[in-house]
Ligand binder design. Structure first.
Ligand SMILES: Cc1cc2nc3c(=O)[nH]c(=O)nc-3n(C[C@H](O)[C@H](O)[C@H](O)COP(=O)(O)OP(=O)(O)OC[C@H]3O[C@@H](n4cnc5c(N)ncnc54)[C@H](O)[C@@H]3O)c2cc1C
Length: 329
């Protein structure tokens, strides 16, 4: 699978390469329209800004919402055959899409097939497209504790698995009993959660693989106790986070005891801005969009913040957000 990679093409001329890729994307689109079931949505030149929480970025050449695991697998295989680069995104809540958009294919697992949530005693089965909030609510209704921390993370399960998203002292992989994914070789595999390497905001396996679903394990509890915990977490979150469009925390914490937000705040960088992008004055690790920001504004602001922190504290901040796509020419 050539996810994320721009395949080396015959010509070294960037204009010819772009033209050749455009032809292959059109071929891919025409072929997929005949081989995929009508339940799959295919969008040409789909704006991605509206599919992210930060609300910046250009279009995807082709955005595909497959209706089943098999449709996804077929489409990925065809991307490989036609040498069209591809990637998968979730609810776009950890993404900065560059202003020139994404060449090739973007998959989103938003079809109801991928958003199913089922509960059993102590366990939740969820598809990768399921919203984390919906999973937390389903767990509460089923009297399952331990998933309350997912309540305020505005992503999908697939994004949370890839990022090993965490809050309130818990990480996504703490709760994963089994993971189902499409491997880099195009195989659909089920593995035990405990066997998957999961680090701070990263699951290396899912850099090349696509999360399809997971079984999450919690402990039996009663719905009111779970509700109380969720309400407390929600209150805490809303008191400490901005409500404007953002991609959540921009940088990883340099160490477990040194949050990036505190570091940026201590350097007096709150309210620093570039164009329509600004360091939030509520939480300094959030860069917010005042409604007019471009991805270029956001990326320049990120650079400014990094430069200040490097110069004044000698610390290199690393992005927590995933940056995809191309700049405008
Ligand atoms: C207001 C706000 C608060 C937030 N709070 C938190 C928080 O408390 N804790 C936290 O950890 N994060 C937080 N985030 C960040 C974000 O919500 C999480 O990282 C979330 O898990 C991302 O999920 P997503 O579906 O939006 O993924 P996206 O942002 O769409 O994608 C993120 C990454 O996951 C990959 N990906 C998406 N789906 C799949 C899949 N099915 N298989 C493989 N890879 C996939 C993408 O390629 C990309 O690399 C916050 C964001 C916002 C805007």
């Amino acid at each position: 699978m050539n996810r994320w990679l721009l395949t080396p093409l015959q010509s070294a001329n960037p204009i010819e390469q772009a033209a050749s890729l455009a032809i292959r994307v059109t071929d891919l689109y025409d072929t997929l329209r005949t081989v995929l079931p009508s339940g799959c949505a295919l969008h040409r030149e789909e704006p991605l800004a509206k599919r992210t929480t930060l609300r910046v970025g250009g279009p995807a050449d082709l955005l595909i919402e497959p209706d089943s695991e098999n449709s996804l697998r077929v489409a990925v295989e065809l991307c490989g055959q036609l040498e069209v680069p591809w990637c998968v995104i979730g609810r776009g809540s950890n993404l900065v899409v560059r202003d020139g958009g994404v060449r090739g294919v973007v998959f989103i697992l938003s079809h109801p097939f991928f958003c199913r949530i089922e509960s059993q005693p102590g366990r939740i089965y969820a598809g990768a497209g399921a919203r984390l909030k919906a999973i937390a609510v389903a767990a509460r209704q089923a009297g399952i504790g331990g998933m309350e921390f997912l309540e305020g993370i505005p992503g999908s399960l697939g994004g949370a698995l890839r990022m090993n998203a965490g809050a309130m002292g818990r990480w996504t992989f703490d709760a994963v009993e089994r993971l189902r994914y499409l491997s880099a070789d195009g195989e659909i595999l089920d593995v035990e959660g405990g066997s998957v390497q999961a680090d701070y905001r990263s699951c290396p396996l899912l850099r090349s693989g696509v999360a399809l679903a997971a079984i999450l394990r919690g402990e039996l509890s009663d719905p009111e106790t779970v509700r109380g915990k969720m309400d407390a977490y929600s209150k805490k979150r809303w008191a400490s986070q901005p409500s404007q469009p953002s991609a959540g925390c921009t940088f990883k914490n340099p160490t477990a005891t040194l949050p990036a937000g505190r570091l940026i705040d201590e350097l007096g960088l709150k309210s620093l801005s570039v164009g329509g992008a600004r360091v939030s004055d509520v939480h300094a690790n959030f860069l917010v969009n005042d409604g007019s920001a471009t991805a270029r504004d956001v990326l320049r602001l990120m650079e400014l913040v990094r430069d200040h922190v490097r110069e004044l504290r000698g610390i290199d901040l690393h992005p927590e957000v995933e940056i995809i796509g191309e700049d405008l020419p």
